[in-house]
Ligand binder design. Structure first.
Ligand SMILES: Nc1ncnc2c1ncn2[C@@H]1O[C@H](COP(=O)(O)OP(=O)(O)OP(=O)(O)O)[C@@H](O)[C@H]1O
Ligand SMILES: [Mg+2]
Length: 368
């Protein structure tokens, strides 16, 4: 449905060129929810604007529904109003001087589609009903709550019945509770309409919760693409492991293979069994990434395997206890079940689930 290849976009500024998209490439299948995730300034909005035709790329190729809308080599550039796309911008830009109905109808009035009054009314009413704003057609748009304005922006994008929906941080102006609610609504809506969607966010929870596929961007590049679970459980680089969720890093050296396809890594604190994607050879320096929820903390140090540790801090968060633990000068974070009682200074024993520990390369963000 969407195919982006080797996309390059450079902004020429007074301070020199800024490479906003550095060979970006990905594909989105029809009906899927695809997310570009990354920190501020990594090139998410620029990528989206290139797909919409609001930005003229320097190189690459963009295909939409089987036809090429941009090709650097082929000198193709289809203007934005001829690409079948609905877009909700980062600042969702509701027009305050118009009513709800006129806001939603605007793209149809200015667009290419020649619709009769009746057809237009039907489309707009449908779009407003889809986002549950029916009955508010005649209200000035400024009299809507934040969440309602958000839905209106979405209705405006949907009224054109586009093949592709581009959403640029559409929930960023909402408070936490409403954002969570809208996140579910939006996903439900997308599923129901089966509309191919590219979503942009810097919020990893949003990305994991909503997407079929997540592409993590950093410095203008896509550094990992995969389903949410894969991105979270098999980060290919330090950047991805760190950016998505929180994690502990332990530097070490690969000692060799172990049973069950695992790999043994020697660290300054003791050996660890872990997964090593790409099978790092013995002697290779790696970082072992262990998520706080994958550390098991057992009371007392009397017997058994595992590392001895001291509790530095234990913060009760209701659904879990967030602990800071030290092992010979190394600080680790663990998230344990609230039924586990711990106090500062307690001696405990730690174990790690080998299938959840992952060895990644210490340097470089850009690949496995
Ligand atoms: N019109 C422009 N002129 C010059 N530089 C630009 C322009 N638009 C974007 N940039 C630069 O390109 C880079 C990527 O910007 P972009 O807006 O795509 O980032 P983003 O990932 O959407 O960030 P955010 O999460 O803050 O919205 C940044 O360094 C930005 O400063
Ligand atoms: Mg942006």
């Amino acid at each position: 449905m969407v195919k982006v290849q080797d996309l390059v976009k450079v902004f020429r500024t007074e301070r020199g060129p800024v490479v906003a998209c550095d060979n970006v490439g990905f594909e989105v299948e029809e009906g899927r929810f695809f997310t570009l995730l990354g920190p501020s300034g990594c090139g998410k909005t620029t990528t989206l604007r290139c797909i919409a035709g609001l930005e003229r790329p320097d190189q690459g190729e963009i295909g939409l529904a089987g036809s090429v809308v941009y090709s650097g080599r082929g000198r193709v550039f289809v203007p934005p109003n001829q690409r079948d796309i609905g877009m909700v911008f980062q600042s969702y830009a509701i027009w305050p001087h118009m009513t709800v109905f006129d806001n939603a109808a605007f793209p149809l009035r200015v667009g290419r589609a020649r619709l009769s009054q009746a057809q237009m009314r039907r489309r707009v009413s449908q779009a407003l009903a889809t986002v549950r704003l029916e009955g508010l057609e005649d209200r000035p748009a400024t009299n809507l709550s934040g969440g309602q304005q958000q839905r209106l922006a979405l209705a405006r994008a949907l009224a054109r019945e586009p093949k592709l929906l581009l959403l640029d941080e559409p929930l960023s102006n909402l408070d936490a509770k409403l954002r969570e609610q809208m996140r579910l609504e939006l996903r439900e809506l997308q599923r129901r309409l089966r509309i191919t969607t590219i979503y942009v966010t810097h919020d990893q929870v949003e990305a994991l919760a909503m997407s079929n596929v997540v592409a993590v961007m950093h410095n203008g590049r896509i550094i990992q693409i995969g389903p949410p679970r894969e991105i979270y459980e098999r980060p290919a680089s330090r950047f991805v492991a760190d950016f998505i969720g929180s994690t502990n890093f332990l530097p070490g050296k690969v000692a060799g293979p172990a049973a069950d396809g695992l790999c043994r890594v020697e660290t300054a604190y003791g050996p660890i069994l872990c997964i090593s994607p790409g099978d790092a050879p013995p002697g290779r320096e790696v970082l072992v990434s262990i998520r706080p929820e994958d550390i098991t903390v057992a009371d007392g140090i009397s017997a058994g395997e595992g590392w001895e540790a001291t509790v530095e801090q234990a913060v009760f968060l209701g659904e879990s206890v967030d602990c800071r633990l030290t092992v010979s000068g190394l600080t680790l974070r663990a998230r344990v079940h609230p039924s586990v009682r711990m106090r500062r200074g307690d001696r405990v024993r730690l174990s790690f689930r080998p299938d959840r520990c992952i060895a990644i390369r210490p340097a470089g963000d850009d690949g496995p």
